[in-house]
Design a protein around this ligand. Structure first.
Ligand SMILES: CC(C)(COP(=O)(O)OP(=O)(O)OC[C@H]1O[C@@H](n2cnc3c(N)ncnc32)[C@H](O)[C@@H]1OP(=O)(O)O)[C@@H](O)C(=O)NCCC(=O)NCCS
Length: 167
């Protein structure tokens, strides 16, 4: 397969394809939750989206193979920030058969970074649940994010790792 990867803003017609990508990694409940947050953003004014949320897709051979997004950080993440203007990388998933060295995640992350910079954000914070330790954590280390702490939500036994990168 030719991996000429394009990235662009998500739109309504992408939702089903996005669901398929997310289903490789998330439970049904999580897929519904995440796609709903994308739908909410698409349906709000583009000038002032909810929580300043922006979502993007990666496409190769006319097929959506990845999805990523950023937003204003959840309040519980602010203590990990080292600048006054952090954004949160709130989603980054590449379809299982397209991940791992083909450059899709890098293309999405670069797109997010460029868009976040345009909106004057100075830092990208990301949290990732332990279940992604093997498939995701190494990517953030590799892409120059620094591990800045761990998050243990009161309602869960699952620790999330938190990273930050100045942009
Ligand atoms: C994490 C993820 C988005 C990265 O996207 P990707 O398309 O696999 O990444 P790329 O192909 O752009 O990889 C870029 C570099 O990072 C490396 N890399 C990717 N995933 C890695 C991992 N888990 N551990 C170590 N290195 C990794 C690649 O080998 C590549 O190295 P190179 O620059 O020397 O070629 C993707 O693997 C994915 O969707 N993983 C499963 C879901 C997940 O864990 N998401 C994160 C949840 S928060």
């Amino acid at each position: 397969m030719n991996y000429k990867i394009k990235t662009r803003l998500v739109n309504k017609k992408d939702i089903n394809a996005v669901k398929i990508v997310l289903s490789d990694w998330l439970s049904k409940k999580e897929v519904i939750y995440y796609t709903q947050s994308i739908k909410d953003i698409i349906s709000t004014s583009l000038l002032k989206p909810k929580y300043d949320g922006h979502y993007y897709v990666a496409i190769a051979n006319q097929k959506i193979i990845g999805v990523a997004g950023f937003r204003m950080p959840l309040p519980k993440l602010l203590k990990f920030a080292s600048t006054k203007n952090p954004a949160e990388l709130c989603m980054l998933y590449v379809a299982a058969k397209h991940r791992g060295g083909k450059g899709v995640g890098t293309a999405l992350l670069n797109h997010v970074i460029n868009q976040a910079k345009k909106r004057k954000y100075k830092e990208l914070i990301v949290r990732s649940a332990k279940k992604f330790k093997k498939t995701g954590w190494g990517f953030y280390d590799h892409m120059g994010f620094n591990r800045v702490g761990e998050l243990l939500p009161p309602d869960s036994k699952t620790i999330s790792q938190v990273w930050s990168k100045k942009i």
